[in-house]
Design a protein around this ligand. Structure first.
Ligand SMILES: [Zn+2]
Length: 119
């Protein structure tokens, strides 16, 4: 993701509206690019301040820290998602291997009957 794409995604990041793939590119870019991070921090500060004023809520007014926590949470969410996908993949492979083993073992007598040399 380049600077132009990152700047376009800032509002959607603040509104929790990025796809996981977009989020990964966005997080990688703002971790490396100081200009985009500063742009994000400015937008985030305005958005959070307006939210507090509109809702008349108490909250964490250390907005730069709040942004860092938000970025860390999103990074962790992506990690959890990758772990879950890997677990599902491993489960599916094991399930498929079990199914193949079951089908072969059920059909084994029929397979033996066709073998010319007899087992
Ligand atoms: Zn940038």
């Amino acid at each position: 993701m380049d600077c132009g794409d990152t700047i376009k995604c800032i509002e959607r990041f603040v509104n929790h509206d990025l796809t996981p793939r977009e989020m990964e590119g966005f997080l990688d870019h703002v971790a490396e690019c100081q200009d985009c991070y500063e742009e994000l921090e400015t937008y985030y500060t305005v958005a959070v301040t307006l939210h507090f004023l509109e809702k008349n809520e108490e909250g964490n007014y250390n907005i730069p820290l709040r942004l860092k926590e938000h970025l860390a949470q999103e990074r962790q969410r992506l990690r959890n998602r990758k772990i879950l996908r890997r677990c599902i993949g491993v489960f599916l492979v094991l399930w498929l291997a079990g199914l193949v083993w079951f089908l072969i073992s059920v059909q084994l007598p029929a397979i033996y009957a066709f073998l010319p040399f007899g087992v």
